[in-house]
Design a protein around this ligand. Structure first.
Ligand SMILES: [Mn+2]
Length: 238
């Protein structure tokens, strides 16, 4: 199975001294038009039009099989553009996150992509035939919820769910899935430790072909151990 190539969608936050000095060079892809992205990112915080996001992803000119490090935790809706940019006819989208990010706001007249509802938009893409939510604490949706993860053999449940899933998958990880000792955010935390996250990713990689992915969810103030968490998570996918 081919590995993913790490790329950074830079933001100023990520280029700050504490991040720059602790991220290994091989997680930063030289030549990425980071300045353009930097300028645009602030415009896109928490919300953006589909056109803008598609344009941003096109301008970044990502390689095939990219693992995009999305960094700060208000840009998850850019994942919509990343998934749309995958050149495959039939993929499954796996959303590993303490939140489902699938609030359907269309009824309220919201046309933009929001970081709280973009998964609904991913569900309407022609190339995406299935979505699997893992870790979300809303129990009304069909997902492997945090409750399931705490009380049941979620590894077995995951394998069963993947049986009926497309062979090629896109994986998006929000680090708020992790226990707050590993990554502290202000939107509510999940229950996983790093070994469990590694098991989760390993099962996905055993059962499916991961064609692209992203990791997201840093929040200021950033602690050194959180940078380590970020790096370890990236290493699980590359
Ligand atoms: Mn989240």
């Amino acid at each position: 199975m081919r590995e993913l190539e790490p790329c950074v969608f830079q933001i100023d936050f990520f280029l700050s001294k504490d991040m720059g000095e602790t991220m290994p060079g091989n997680l930063v892809r030289p030549g990425l038009p980071s300045l353009i992205v930097n300028q645009l990112f602030h415009k896109y915080k928490a919300k953006a039009s589909k056109d803008d996001v598609e344009k941003l992803v096109a301008e970044a000119d990502l390689p095939d099989r990219s693992l995009v490090l999305l960094t700060e935790n208000t840009y998850h809706h850019l994942t919509y553009g990343l998934v749309k940019g995958v050149e495959e006819e039939d993929i499954g989208y796996i959303h590993i996150d303490n939140h489902h990010d699938a609030a359907n706001l269309r009824e309220k007249g919201e046309e933009n992509l929001l970081f709280s509802s973009f998964v609904s938009d991913i569900g309407s893409l022609d190339s995406v035939s299935s979505i699997l939510l893992i870790g979300a604490y809303y129990h009304s949706l069909d997902c492997i919820s945090d409750e399931v993860m705490e009380k049941e053999d979620w590894r077995e449940i995951l394998r069963e769910k993947l049986d009926d899933f497309p062979d090629k998958v896109y994986v998006s990880i929000d680090l708020d899935i992790l226990d707050k000792s590993l990554m502290e955010t202000s939107f509510g935390q999940g229950v996983l430790d790093l070994n469990e996250l590694e098991d989760l990713i390993e099962i996905i990689r055993e059962e499916k072909e991961v064609v692209a992915g992203d990791i997201y969810g840093l929040e200021k103030p950033l602690q050194k151990h959180e940078v380590e968490t970020y790096k370890k998570t990236a290493a699980m996918l590359i």
